[in-house]
Design a protein around this ligand. Structure first.
Ligand SMILES: *[C@@H]1O[C@H](CO)[C@@H](O)[C@H](O)[C@H]1NC(C)=O
Ligand SMILES: *[C@@H]1O[C@H](CO)[C@@H](O)[C@H](O)[C@H]1NC(C)=O
Length: 566
């Protein structure tokens, strides 16, 4: 034990040297230029000095040629949207100018089809590299919503294949030698993570993870509520108990992502509702008229259930407009109502609280969807009020090295280590220099024995898309699926492993030397891992059981020991 602690101390002590500046990531929606009147937002309106990264949204996939799809050729190419955007570099050489592929409106089916085939992946990656060179972008943001999501045209195999794709993209970018970054926008719902993301491996490969910690409630959920509460509130029940910003970010950390890679999303918009007839309960969670599809459209964004910050603040801060403004004490977010209209949003106070919280947690920075919905004309206060708060806080904040690793564990649901059926190369993640590696081991240790590669089918909960109503887009990054709409039935695992009798399993004797890297423990939720040749006890993630053949903590339904299957 002492050796282990000393080693752990040494590992992290050596990483304190260089401080990492935090990120301020500003998504820009190209279609904001079509908003009428004071809502019109063009590239010239971006407050470049207040961002470290700006992300042009969106491009897509062309699913006949597996090339890059330009979604609005007139705006992006003929009127030079891409070129004007990357020309920002001339006056701001240190800014990172990224382009995002995907978004809610692109769907998931094309993405699933693209990653499924090595030659399609090769095509698309070559097309991305061309695109980046042609227009001069220096970062690429993956916004596939979401790998593995059956309700979005995805399939079970997406999880591994998406990882291969990211690995191949990284290799291609590194080969270009221009320092291009790769980031991705990700959900926080647990079932989404399980379905589509090899979390520790992706976090190692990517430069930053943009966490979409918003759209956690909406008209589709069936009640009025704020969509980015920081913490659990007393009325949050069932899956909603952990569907908040704090717990969502913690989930990514618990799954093995370094906190310094996690960029916390702040919505510069609200989600609005039309309350049910003669309902005069205005508390969060109150009844709505779901058929209305949300609150009345705003004058500029013109979408039901959705309002830009400047559309909200001009109303609720105007005493004559008749709105009542309230504060959700537990969730640390404001909401407002008038007649049968209800909106949950962010204001300067709630944004400041989230900035303090980001710093206290050591996360890598703040992101906004989207810069074009800030009060950029100063209609209800100072210009760009919200992004100014992000900038003021993040510019003076250096991201600390994580001071503790997550509980060391076997690689959890790691991608198969043998070539996949389509013949692509084995996947191996090696932490890049200076990267946080929760699985790091002393270099003297034996390499892990390769895990077996039976295709396991964990029981996955498939949300029923027919029951889910999504808001009209493009208005937003991505609504989070209502967790209550997930059916409680789970698909049955079709994989039936050979079940060894428990007495065939070799448990290590007291103080015995290690045989191999991992050894089973009598307790289903524990296992031994060798540290300096001696077995040390580790614990699986709560709710999982150690599999003695694959050496991973897996769903109990997949356990190879009969008694561990519950
Ligand atoms: C790009 O810049 C030119 C010159 O300022 C301008 O005329 C054009 O409208 C801009 N295009 C876009 C999409 O912003
Ligand atoms: C708002 O959207 C509706 C339909 O979604 C459309 O008919 C209307 O013309 C739009 N209004 C404006 C001002 O863009």
């Amino acid at each position: 034990m002492r050796c282990f602690l000393l080693w752990a101390f040494a590992l992290f002590a050596t990483q304190h040297a260089d401080a990492t500046p935090s990120r301020i990531v500003c998504y820009f929606s190209n279609w904001a230029i079509y908003r009428p009147g004071v809502g019109k937002y063009a590239i010239e309106d971006i407050p470049v000095d207040l961002c470290t990264h700006i992300v042009y949204s969106f491009i897509g996939i062309e699913d006949k040629t597996w090339g890059v799809l330009v979604i609005d050729p007139e705006l992006d190419v003929e009127k030079n949207g891409f070129k004007n955007f990357t020309a920002i570099k001339k006056t701001h050489p240190n800014i990172k100018l990224q382009v995002a592929v995907g978004g809610w409106a692109e769907g998931g089916e094309k993405y699933s089809a693209m990653v499924a085939d090595k030659s399609r992946r090769d095509h698309f990656i070559a097309a991305i590299v061309d695109f980046m060179n042609r227009y001069g972008f220096d970062g690429f943001d993956l916004d596939w919503e979401y790998p593995g999501a059956a309700d979005r045209g995805g399939s079970f195999s997406d999880k591994d294949r998406f990882f291969y794709f990211v690995e191949e993209l990284r290799r291609a970018f590194d080969g270009e030698g221009k320092g291009w970054e790769i980031t991705m926008a990700v959900p926080i719902a647990k079932f989404r993570l399980n379905e589509g993301y090899h979390v520790p491996e992706l976090c190692e490969l990517l430069d930053a993870i943009h966490v979409m910690s918003y759209d956690l409630r909406g008209n589709w959920a069936g009640f009025a509520d704020s969509h980015s509460p920081l913490y659990k509130r007393p009325h949050d029940q069932w899956a909603y108990e952990t569907l908040n910003v704090n717990d969502g970010l913690q989930l990514w950390v618990d799954y093995g992502c370094s906190p310094k890679k996690l960029i916390v999303g702040i919505p510069f918009y609200g989600r609005s509702f039309t309350l049910s007839n003669s309902n005069n309960n205005y508390n969060p969670g109150t009844y709505i008229n779901k058929e209305a599809g949300g609150g009345d459209p705003g004058p500029y964004t013109n979408a039901t259930g959705f309002l830009a910050y400047y559309e909200i603040c001009t109303e609720v801060n105007n005493k004559d407009a008749g709105w009542t403004k309230k504060w959700d004490e537990a969730g640390k977010v404001p909401y407002a109502y008038k007649g049968n209209q209800w909106v949950g949003y962010e204001d300067p106070e709630s944004v400041q609280i989230k900035m303090d919280w980001i710093k206290s947690k050591g996360y890598g920075g703040a992101m906004t969807w989207a810069i074009d919905m800030d009060d950029f004309h100063g209609l209800c206060g100072p210009k760009n009020a919200l992004i100014e708060i992000l900038a003021a806080n993040m510019k003076s904040y250096n991201v600390p090295e994580p001071t503790h690793a997550t509980t060391p564990r076997p690689e959890w649901a790691r991608p198969p280590s043998t070539p996949s059926a389509d013949g692509s190369k084995p996947v191996k993640t090696t932490p890049r220099p200076g990267q946080w590696d929760p699985n790091a081991k002393p270099s003297t240790q034996p390499k892990p024995t390769t895990t077996t590669t039976t295709t396991r089918k964990p029981t996955t909960e498939t949300p029923d898309s027919s029951e889910v109503v999504y808001p009209q887009l493009p208005t937003s990054h991505s609504p989070e699926m209502s967790p209550t709409l997930k059916p409680t039935t789970t698909t049955t695992a079709s994989y039936k492993p050979e079940i060894p009798e428990d007495n065939d399993v070799a448990y290590p004797e007291n103080n015995a030397d290690c045989k191999g890297d991992f050894m089973p423990h009598e307790d289903c939720a524990k296992y031994y891992r060798c540290v300096h040749g001696k077995p040390m006890v580790f614990e699986c993630k709560p709710g999982t059981a150690y599999h003695t053949v694959t050496n991973v903590c897996d769903w109990p339904a997949n356990a190879d020991r009969e008694r561990c299957r519950h």
